[in-house]
Design a protein around this ligand. Structure first.
Ligand code: ADP
Length: 169
């Protein structure tokens, strides 16, 4: 084993991890933006070790909100939800990392903040389901669709974060 330079092991490790990298769509809703929670929320993803690959502040139209939440169009709260999402600036982001889709949902907490564990974003920072401050894709297909809905491919930035070797080994 001594004959194989350490750099080779590192390259193999990086390649093994690269295969598991995924991206998710995360948005701070108008309530989170207005309440001044952008830095608090961004820092939780950042400190965990995920990589920010796209970010922008936009006010979505109601039609756009309806597209984003199309899965919920039969629900009684759909119209109010779309009015709410389009009522002010939303911070749209794409975060990348190993397991970020599923673990991002863990960081966010349950849909209803009354049921979110303390320590989660909604558990610590929100009180009611209609004002739960953050959105995160709920699976790989949704993540892909939502990233494509909110961002142009050229807005996604590919780069090497030099901390990655300390995060992934
Ligand atoms: P999540 O955002 O956790 O993925 P859902 O996809 O079920 O949850 O719902 C989307 C959003 O719709 C929620 O984040 C919340 O803002 C809103 N919502 C869900 N259930 C209700 C409800 N019963 N009343 C009002 N708004 C709701």
């Amino acid at each position: 084993a001594a004959a194989i330079p350490a750099a080779v092991y590192m390259l193999q490790d990086q390649e093994a991890h690269a295969a598991e990298m995924e991206r998710t769509f995360i948005a701070i809703k108008p309530d989170g933006v207005q309440r001044g929670l952008i830095s608090e929320i961004v820092s939780r993803f950042e400190r965990k070790g995920y990589k920010l690959v796209a970010i922008k502040l936009i006010v979505p139209s109601k039609e756009f909100a309806q597209k984003h939440y199309h899965d919920l169009k039969e629900r009684p709260f759909f119209d109010g939800l779309c009015d709410f999402l389009s009522s002010g600036p939303v911070l749209a982001m794409v975060w990348e990392g190993e397991g970020v889709i599923k673990y991002g949902r863990k960081l966010i907490g349950a849909t209803d903040p009354q049921k979110s564990e303390p320590g989660t974003i909604r558990g610590d920072l929100a009180v009611v389901v209609g004002r739960n401050i953050i959105h995160g894709s709920d699976g790989p297909e949704t993540a892909e669709d939502e990233i494509a809905l909110w961002f142009e491919p050229k807005e996604l930035v590919s780069y090497t974060n030099n901390a990655e070797k300390w995060i992934y080994g």
